[in-house]
Structures are given as structure tokens and as C-alpha cells.
Design a protein around this ligand. Structure first.
Ligand SMILES: *Cc1c(COP(=O)(O)O)cnc(C)c1O
Length: 417
């Protein structure tokens, strides 16, 4: 049993080497995938803590296992920090991730066959808001709204007309590729008018809301769901905030409705992330995330790129490459070779297939967490343009050299060198 006390490098050098290789990759690349980030050293440390050894089915004070003397105050700490940060009545910090958090909402409020309405996936929505291949589109009747073709924005009159006609029982706000401010108050009034529950999924923008640069859905929504690992910069996980009247239904839906024991090491890391998100420095980070996304967007538009909706209010942008005569996939692959990592993505009303779409999606959270600013973001857009204009390996190699020089000057949080 000697191996149980060996460090990873000795116990399993293969996995150790893969960890180091990923660390190097995250250091050397310009990471622009908008759902990704760098967590702090403290968050990383807490997520690798001994809480990974503990089972704690149930909630503080009502557990099905003994030995909760430490876990109970930890979970209560995470709950109270979440409630304080987002001014919420109730917080459930147990969902394993964003998708299970959303499923818990369905379980709390609906029966199979009931009607839900959300933003369609190809229009920037999330799978779990009723898209056909998801359980949420298979077990429920799903109505999907979109964005306008001419503006790339959600048209609240269209949403209201559709909701009046279809009378969904649940209305979702939130998305994964929508770069504009959500009018949660107006969405709530549409839901109220048709007798639907209103759920805001702030997965992408939770950090911007915590940092005060996007309006909060909490005063308007019955329930707010989120991931904890995107702009919020916590561990991989999910969280649900709600009004007191829904607390019991939500808690029961998460456990025992959907999950067994919570991942307590993630609860520990989430508590740390929530403390960090309440610091004044986090407000600067959130403001800089938006400034940086706008800098990339402005520079690309100045170079003739079509940014969907004409820009961004948040951390991400969607670029339609149709006019540049290159597919999203070819552009994304060439950029990856140049050390710039993002994802190919459908654009609204895309005429190409989802696996080979017309656009790319990118964002600023990771580069902002490294301390890069507007000047660096403009430079990144210049490199993107150079690679997209000539996506050959040779050209990508040339840009890669310059990318390495930049990333070498900006250490990444939580990563040693
Ligand atoms: C990322 C995301 C989710 C799902 O989160 P996972 O942790 O990947 O399951 C749900 N909703 C929205 C809007 C998201 O952006």
C-alpha cells in the first residue's frame, strides 16, 4: 500500500505529465472560449481538498450520514455567501453543474408533457432550455423563441406574442452565445401575464452580475440558475437561487429528486470563489471583461468583420465569417494552431450545418483574469484577422511566435511556472 502516500509524479507519472502538459498549454495559449476561465490558486486548492472524501446526502442539519460536523458549517457558509452576493432569499449550492441545476427546475415545477419556452440553441440558447435532442425537449413540449434576423437581438414583442399564443408554464431567459443585455424585468412581466414561472439562467454572466456590470435577474425571477465556473470564476458546478416560497420545491428537486451526495470539495471551492467575487477587485475584473470583449469586437468590426448584433454588452461575441469566405471550423482550427483558442459556432439563421457552421464564438474572461487589457485585446484581434485572412499552417506558425511572446508576459492565476 505504499502507493497511497506517493505524490502523483511517482504514483502515476502518466497522469502527472498530462497535468503538466495541460498547465503549459493553458499558460502558452490565448484562451478565448467564453465559458472558460482561470480559477485562483485558493479555489484550485479547495477543490482538491479532503472534502472529496466525504458523503453528505441531505442538507445542513438534516443529513443521512454521520460525521457532518465540518461539512454543515461549510455548506452553510457557501449558502450565506451566495445569498449575500446576489441578494437572494435562498441558495442551493449542491447541483453538480449547470445542466443538472436546470433539470432540478423542471422537476420542481413541471410534469412531463408540460410546456416550456426558451431561446433556441441555434439562436444562442442552451440545450437545457427545451432543445429537441435534450431531455428537456423530449420530455416536455417545447416552444423556442429566437433573435431577429436584422438586429441579432431578442425582440420582446415577438417573445410576448409567442408566449400569449402558446401559454408555456415555464419561461427561460439566458443563453450561451447572446452578447446583449437581458431585460429580465420585461421577461418576468411576460411570464406573469401568461401565468408562467420565470427562470433566469445566468450561467455565462453570473460573474458580470456579481461584479455589477449586468443587471441582476434575482429581483424579477422565480428561480435563478447558474454554473459556477464561467465568468463567476469558481469550481465546476452549479447553483440555484430562488424566492423563499420556492425553496422547499427546489431543494427537494435537487435532493432526493435528481442527485445523491453533493460534491463537497466543490462546495468548499465555491465558498472561496464567492468570497473572492465580493471583493472590490472582482468588480474591476468584471468591468474589464466587458471592456476587453468590446475592444476585440471593435477592432474586428474595424477590419470588416460581421459581429452578430453589431457588438457586445458582455463578455462574448459571435462573429459571422460568411463574408470572409472561410468557415467557422477552418478559422477555429487555424487560430488554434496560432495559439488562439476559441470555438466554431452557428450564427442565427446559419445556412451551414451545426458541425461546420459559419461563425466563431469568443470571449474575454480568461485573458482578463490574466491581467490583459484593451491594448492586448486589440492586438489579439489583429492576430485573428491575420490568421483568418490566410489560414495556412505557415502563417499560423508565424502568429504563434508572437502569441507566445505575449502570453509569456502574463502569468495565469493558479498556475505555477
Ligand atoms: C454552460 C451553460 C449551462 C450548462 O452548464 P454545464 O455545467 O455545462 O452543464 C446551462 N445554461 C447555460 C445558459 C450555459 O451557458
Amino acid at each position: 500500500m505504499k502507493f497511497v502516500d506517493q505524490p502523483l509524479s511517482e504514483a502515476d507519472s502518466t497522469v502527472f505529465d498530462l497535468c503538466r502538459a495541460e498547465e503549459r498549454r493553458q499558460l502558452e495559449k490565448i484562451r478565448l472560449i467564453p465559458s472558460e476561465n482561470y480559477v485562483s490558486r485558493a479555489v484550485l486548492e479547495a477543490s482538491g481538498s479532503v472534502f472529496a472524501n466525504k458523503y453528505s446526502e441531505g442538507y445542513p442539519g438534516k443529513r443521512y450520514y454521520e460525521g457532518q460536523q465540518v461539512v454543515d458549517p461549510l455548506e452553510e457558509l457557501a449558502q450565506s455567501r451566495a445569498k449575500a452576493l446576489f441578494s437572494a432569499d435562498h441558495a442551493n449550492v449542491q447541483p453538480y453543474s449547470g445542466s443538472p441545476a436546470n433539470l432540478a427546475v423542471y422537476l420542481a415545477f413541471l410534469k412531463p408533457g408540460d410546456k416550456v419556452m426558451g431561446l433556441a440553441l441555434p439562436m444562442g440558447g442552451h440545450l437545457t432550455h427545451g432543445w429537441g435532442v435534450s431531455i428537456t425537449g423530449k420530455y416536455f413540449q417545447s416552444i423556442q423563441y429566437g433573435v431577429r434576423k436584422d438586429t441579432g437581438r431578442i425582440d420582446l414583442d415577438e417573445v410576448r406574442d409567442l408566449a400569449r399564443k402558446e401559454k408555456p408554464q415555464l419561461l427561460w431567459a439566458g443563453g450561451t452565445a447572446y452578447s446583449r443585455i437581458w431585460d429580465f424585468e420585461a421577461m418576468a412581466s411576460i411570464a406573469r401575464e401568461v401565468g408562467a414561472r420565470f427562470v433566469a439562467d445566468m450561467a455565462h454572466i453570473a460573474g458580470l452580475i456579481a461584479g455589477g456590470v449586468h443587471p441582476s435577474p434575482v429581483p424579477h425571477a422565480d428561480v435563478v440558475t447558474t454554473t459556477t465556473h464561467k465568468t463567476l470564476r469558481g469550481p465546476r458546478g452549479g447553483m440555484i437561487l430562488c424566492r423563499t416560497e420556492h425553496a422547499q420545491a427546489i431543494d427537494r428537486a435537487v435532493f432526493p429528486g435528481l442527485q445523491g451526495g453533493p460534491h463537497v470539495h466543490n462546495t468548499a471551492a465555491l465558498a472561496v470563489a464567492l468570497k473572492e467575487a465580493a471583493l472590490p477587485a472582482f468588480r474591476d475584473y468584471a468591468a474589464n471583461v466587458v471592456k476587453n470583449a468590446q475592444a476585440i469586437s471593435d477592432e474586428l468590426m474595424a477590419r470588416g468583420y460581421h459581429v452578430v448584433s453589431g457588438g457586445t454588452d458582455n463578455h462574448l461575441l459571435l462573429v459571422d465569417l460568411t463574408g470572409k469566405n472561410v468557415s467557422g471550423k477552418i478559422a477555429a482550427r487555424a487560430l488554434d494552431k496560432a495559439g488562439i483558442e476559441l470555438n466554431y459556432n452557428s450564427v442565427p439563421y446559419d445556412t451551414r450545418k451545426p458541425f461546420d457552421p459559419s461563425g466563431i464564438r469568443l470571449g474575454s474572461p480568461s485573458v482578463t483574469s490574466r491581467g490583459m487589457g484593451v491594448a492586448e485585446c486589440k492586438q489579439i484581434a489583429v492576430w485573428m484577422d491575420r490568421v483568418i485572412a490566410n489560414p495556412s499552417d505557415d502563417n499560423a506558425e508565424k502568429v504563434l511566435g508572437e502569441v507566445r511572446e505575449l502570453t509569456g508576459r502574463f502569468p495565469a492565476p493558479g498556475l505555477s511556472r
